[in-house]
Ligand binder design. Structure first.
Ligand code: ADP
Length: 198
């Protein structure tokens, strides 16, 4: 099963990804996490990406696609994987289709987490507080100002993927405003419907 999570920052993609990983035993491929790891390790990609990410802008399509293409070669992706934070632009969606075609694979389902924008800022502030409570520093791009900018980037560059996947007949939407368990239950129902072969 190859699954994509779509939704604005703070929609709960990471939280729901943890549930999928456990229930379906497939890895979560978060390009945000992979890029943050590259920044922390000060790799050439990390050095290029740091300022872009801190400002809430998107890293180049070529860099991100190359990271994903390499990652999905790994053995743990043979039975499927969950993409969280990728694709984020039309170009990335096309690059993904091409890289999967080469392997005679394809995306099975795209789950859009729908959330009220007003709730997103509340969730951001909660995430910042929880991070501080753990004694960790919040992400550089988790300030209210940069978050609002990331939302704008989402609307401009990523939301157009919704009609793209709708046209492919792969889009399913989920009400992301319920409790964590209620959202997981909706996702499970969609995935169960896909059938056992997935
Ligand atoms: P969010 O909480 O906004 O969903 P992520 O952790 O997915 O955040 O991503 C954080 C940052 O990493 C993005 O703002 C962007 O700079 C970079 N990034 C992550 N995934 C991609 C991608 N697919 N294309 C371009 N940039 C990306």
């Amino acid at each position: 099963m190859i699954l994509i999570f779509l939704g604005p920052p703070g929609a709960g993609k990471g939280t729901q990804a943890a549930h999928i990983v456990e229930r379906y035993n497939i890895p979560q491929l978060s390009t945000g996490d992979m890029l943050r790891a590259a920044v922390a390790a000060q790799t050439p990609v990390g050095k290029k990406a740091k300022a872009v990410m801190d400002a809430g802008n998107l890293v180049s399509d070529d860099i991100v696609s190359a990271i994903v293409e390499e990652r999905i070669e790994a053995d743990d992706c043979a039975g499927g994987f969950l993409l969280d934070g990728f694709p984020r632009t039309d170009a990335q969606a096309e690059m993904l289709d091409v890289m999967l075609q080469k392997k005679e694979r394809s995306v099975d389902v795209v789950i859009e987490l729908k959330v009220d924008e007003a709730a997103l800022l509340d969730r951001l502030n909660k995430r910042i507080e929880e991070t501080r409570a753990r004694g960790e520093a919040p992400r550089k791009d988790d300030t209210e100002e940069t978050f609002k900018y990331r939302l704008q980037v989402y609307r401009d560059q990523t939301a157009p993927l919704i009609p793209f996947y709708e046209r492919q007949g792969k889009l399913k939407d989920v009400d992301g405003m319920g409790s964590v368990d209620a959202v997981s239950a909706q996702i499970d129902a969609i995935l169960d419907e896909l059938g056992p072969s997935n």
